[in-house]
Design a protein around this ligand. Structure first.
Ligand SMILES: Cc1ncc(COP(=O)(O)O)c(C=O)c1O
Length: 381
């Protein structure tokens, strides 16, 4: 359903339209110059040695796991409090997910929670910078080296986040970025595989296009590959958006700051920290938590009330370990994840949100929360 104040909205300016139209006026809509330009621009921006653009963040993440070629049934550590993609690619690659607990404030995994999930069968970890908040990659990398496991960095929500001075996505053996329309920049659909390893980059490039090796003839495919290409139309949009990414990140940060100020007077709402000791946050979403003992009933009440005002909200994330796809697996104990998941509310967050819209969101949130607590005290009498 289309909301008057949506949860997310891409920012498409005239220069984006012009860039797309320029490609449409050529005869090369795929595997052309814009693809190469987009990959080069991402390398220049992130400092990654190689970038392979694909048709989604999930495809990028899939290539990450595929090129690492872990033995079947190897354990891979990931957060449960995240989007479905990391779990899906593990299951598709016949790898065994082991969930790490999160920190209750940052909603991110830590080196400690990852260490607690480690077993002798662990072969890799997927480090997800949830909501664009940088993880302590230094400690996570040290831990991975100590335990001799590989690091996949899921920076799909974190384009432009920095860990100290290095860009998120460039810390692991392999990494992924994503460009769905709710992201910091969009290509419509799209993602990118990052690595500094020549062999892994070559393999990802080959797998993206039917397993064809560019050094052989066009119809020589050397392994079973995928159709994960990203068109030049998407790349042109991405290139255009990338040019103003730094400005976009500043704007998103100032929106987060405004929300922070407007919500400071509601004690039952815990606001996300706006800084990180590990580096620069790249604001992907603005996610508040209800303070306990408020829980899922209050959260659902608020989201329904906001819906009636045609204001979009999100309940990110539903824990992965509770998903029906894992119903036959042993259920891990993740009390922090489960508690947070019941209390999170993502508020409308996009570049062009106005001050008046934010005001309205905060007023609707405060009013519905007050409505719930008044009803609750009446029900108790
Ligand atoms: C953490 C994370 N990983 C992977 C993805 C996958 O990206 P896509 O939707 O482009 O497939 C997303 C998308 O939002 C994500 O949030």
């Amino acid at each position: 359903m289309k909301h008057r104040i949506p949860l997310a909205k891409p920012e498409i300016l005239q220069q984006d339209r012009d860039a797309v139209l320029e490609v449409l006026n050529t005869s090369q809509l795929s595997m052309g110059a814009r693809l190469a330009n987009f990959e080069e621009a991402i390398c220049a921006y992130t400092g990654s040695k190689f970038a392979v653009a694909v048709n989604s963040g999930t495809s990028a993440l899939h290539l990450c796991l595929r090129v690492l070629a872990l033995p079947e049934n190897s354990e891979v550590i990931l957060p449960s409090f995240t989007f479905a993609a990391p779990l899906n690619v593990l299951l598709q690659e016949k790898l065994h997910p082991v969930f790490a607990e999160i920190d209750p404030v940052t909603l991110n995994v830590t080196a400690e929670t990852i260490a607690a999930a480690f077993t002798p069968r662990t072969k890799a970890l997927i480090a997800v910078h949830t909501f664009g908040r940088p993880l302590d990659m230094q400690s996570i990398r040290e831990l991975a080296q100590e335990r001799n496991i590989l690091v996949v960095e899921d920076a799909c929500e974190a384009l432009g986040a920095k860990v100290h001075n290095q860009m998120a996505g460039t810390f692991g053996e392999v990494g992924a970025l994503a460009f769905y329309p709710n992201k910091q920049i969009t290509t419509g659909e799209g993602g990118i595989f990052l690595t500094s390893n020549t062999q892994l980059a070559e393999r990802a490039r080959r797998l993206r296009n039917q397993g064809r090796d560019p050094s052989f003839g066009a119809l020589q495919h050397v392994e079973a590959g995928y159709s994960y290409r990203l068109s030049d139309i998407n790349c042109a949009l991405g290139l255009s958006q990338l040019r103003r990414l730094e400005e976009t990140l500043q704007r998103r940060h100032s929106i987060a700051r405004l929300y922070d100020e407007k919500l400071a007077c509601i004690p039952q709402i815990a606001r996300p920290p706006l800084t990180s000791p590990y580096g620069r946050i790249s604001c992907f979403a603005y996610v508040v938590q209800l303070a306990p003992p408020l829980g899922a009933d209050c959260r659902d009440w608020i989201c329904n009330a906001m819906e009636r005002h045609s204001i979009g909200t999100g309940k990110y994330f539903a824990p992965l370990h509770l998903q029906p796809v894992l119903k036959n697996s042993v259920r891990p104990q993740l009390p922090v994840t489960e508690s947070a998941a019941n209390r999170v509310i993502a508020l409308p967050f996009f570049n062009q949100i106005t001050d008046a819209e934010m005001e309205e969101v905060c007023a609707a949130l405060a009013a519905s929360l007050a409505g719930f607590t008044a009803g609750f005290s009446r029900r108790k009498q």
